[in-house]
Ligand binder design. Structure first.
Ligand code: MG
Length: 354
């Protein structure tokens, strides 16, 4: 039964446990059994698979619409491209729905569209259909948008799966959240926290010691090259709202396995670390828009890491931990020698970051 007095709060969109409960108890409950998908809505993975098409829809309401290192348009393209990439597919076409607020400067809209075009060129994918609506002046902050996309299976993904299957059994045909087994290595492709702090600085007019810019970027080419040239990848996820902590909890829940992290291996820039300490927020819970976590069979982990180090997007990659059957959930070996539990965040500490 739905509580007649309960209302939506900002936490329902913050990417942690509260948002996951909303999606599970309302959307998956209503639509989960309809359709004929290989990877269905109820899998709650980065994207769905219908036939041989990977399908994803993502809405964006970042506030403000411009922030250091990016803007709402660049996130919208990158977010959908990266979610399709997380299943091992290559984005093939995008659709864009714009909701503009009365009073938005046409020059700001033009700047955002040019930024989206640049991200499309980087990802080598186009917007082929869409829709534009206008609403009265209110709380949109200028505009919100939806970008949906389809992706296709590639020979690189097939090569990757063949490498995995030469080492261990794997039923799934895509790099899913539920694929991990005991003893696999977890690789993070770069430093944490820049996107969330860049948006927070623009929201609050905060100045840190150095300018912290968003990491927002499309990662599809890096993923396809990694799958085709190295292989052994079983799962890929983008640690967006709720950060690394939330993304790893999704993996532990769906793969029914524990994850042990090594704190000293988690790459975090010093200026980000200092800003987080000052603000009292955990860099593991902040959203990123240009990073991936990659689960790899242990035999290929070193090779994957060396490959990533040669790429611009993965030059700071680290093996940050591994899966274990000794406990459920996420724990971390701390730099001072103890072990602590990494709790699932209730929501990202920074509102409207994407
Ligand atoms: Mg995702």
């Amino acid at each position: 039964m739905v509580d007649q007095n309960e209302k939506i709060t900002m936490m329902h969109g913050a990417g942690g446990a509260i948002m996951h409960d909303l999606v599970k108890n309302f959307l998956v409950k209503t639509f989960g059994a309809i359709g004929n998908a290989e990877v269905p809505l109820e899998a709650m993975d980065d994207a769905a698979v219908v036939g041989d098409i990977v399908f994803k829809s993502d809405s964006h309401a970042v506030k403000p619409i411009f922030f250091p290192g990016g803007d709402i348009g660049r996130i919208a393209i990158s977010g959908t491209v990266n979610d399709i990439s997380c299943l091992g597919a290559q984005p093939f076409a995008l659709a864009c729905g714009l909701i503009l607020e009365e009073g938005l400067l046409l020059s700001d809209l033009d700047r955002i569209l040019i930024s989206m075009h640049k991200a499309c060129v980087e990802a080598d994918v186009g917007i082929v259909t869409g829709d534009t609506k206008v609403v009265e002046k209110g709380a949109l902050g200028g505009l919100v948008m939806n970008v949906s996309g389809i992706g296709k299976r590639t020979s690189a993904l097939d090569k990757n799966l063949a490498v995995v299957r030469s080492i261990r059994e794997l039923k799934a045909n895509w790099t899913l959240d539920s694929n991990l087994i005991e003893g696999e290595k977890i690789i993070l492709t770069g430093t944490l926290g820049e996107h969330g702090l860049a948006v927070l600085s623009a929201q609050q007019g905060l100045k840190f010691g150095s300018e912290i810019k968003s990491d927002v970027k499309p990662l599809n080419h890096m993923v396809q090259e990694l799958l085709g040239q190295v292989g052994g990848v079983v799962a890929i996820k983008d640690p967006t709202r709720g950060g690394l902590a939330d993304a790893l909890h999704e993996w532990t829940e769906k793969s029914k396995i524990g994850i042990l992290l090594q704190e000293e291996k988690i790459p975090i820039r010093q200026d980000v670390q200092i800003a987080c300490e000052m603000l009292g927020i955990d860099p593991l819970e902040i959203g990123n828009e240009g990073k991936l976590i990659i689960g790899v069979v242990p035999q290929k982990a070193q090779e994957v890491l060396e490959f990533l180090h040669q790429t611009v997007q993965g030059k700071d990659a680290q093996i940050i931990g591994e899966t274990t059957a000794q406990f459920g959930g996420v724990a971390m070996q701390t730099a001072v020698g103890g072990k602590r539990i990494v709790a699932r965040p209730v929501g990202d500490p920074i509102p409207r970051i994407c």
